[in-house]
Design a protein around this ligand. Structure first.
Ligand SMILES: [Zn+2]
Length: 182
């Protein structure tokens, strides 16, 4: 049984609509063509470029199947800082093109790695082959509050998009992804 122990509490934002002060973050990454709007109260995912590259390589390497893994790091105020990433086996062999089921052994290994380094497991990354980097109903059903969910849209041409999401109440909200060098 995997528990959520070690997950740091995050600031909550149950009703982003009551915040009228929105910041527009447009065209941060290649492949996006519309400005994205993030409420001020939201957290930012800080992702070092080297780790982003590694996630993209894993997603590309696994295509046309879904690839998945863990994100390790810290939650600092409104920032979720990714410091390490791991790839895990996708146990869902039958529907590997559009489902992932993270190998529980990967949780155990990542948890040990995180503890040894004074970090926490802060989320999960997975790829969407030939689909947008938006959470599916299945992703929603499996999501845990407080974790970051990074989704990479990947096609035969490579990674098209990378977005991060987290639960706000019972729905997913998109989180800004910041290229970050500690
Ligand atoms: Zn998904």
């Amino acid at each position: 049984m995997i528990t959520a122990k070690g997950v740091a509490p995050m600031s909550r934002c149950h009703n982003p609509n009551r915040f009228v002060d929105y910041s527009v973050i447009g065209m941060r990454h290649g492949g996006t063509n519309a400005p994205r709007i993030f409420p001020k109260c939201m957290t930012t995912l800080r992702l070092p470029p080297a780790l982003r590259t590694r996630l993209e390589q894993w997603a590309r390497g696994g295509y046309p199947h879904e690839t998945c893994g863990l994100l390790l790091g810290h939650v600092q105020d409104q920032f979720v800082e990714v410091k390490e990433a791991a790839i895990a086996r996708n146990l869902n062999v039958e529907r590997a093109a559009d489902r992932y089921e993270l190998d529980p052994a990967a949780f155990v290994a990542a948890d040990a790695q995180a503890r040894a380094a004074g970090m926490d497991i802060i989320g999960i990354w997975h790829s969407h082959p030939d689909h947008p980097a938006r959470p599916s109903q299945t992703d929603r059903a499996a999501a845990w509050t407080g974790w970051s969910y990074v989704i990479l849209s990947v096609s035969r041409d490579g990674v098209e998009d990378l977005r991060s999401w987290r639960l706000d109440g019972d729905r997913f909200v998109e989180v800004e992804v910041e290229a970050w060098v500690a």
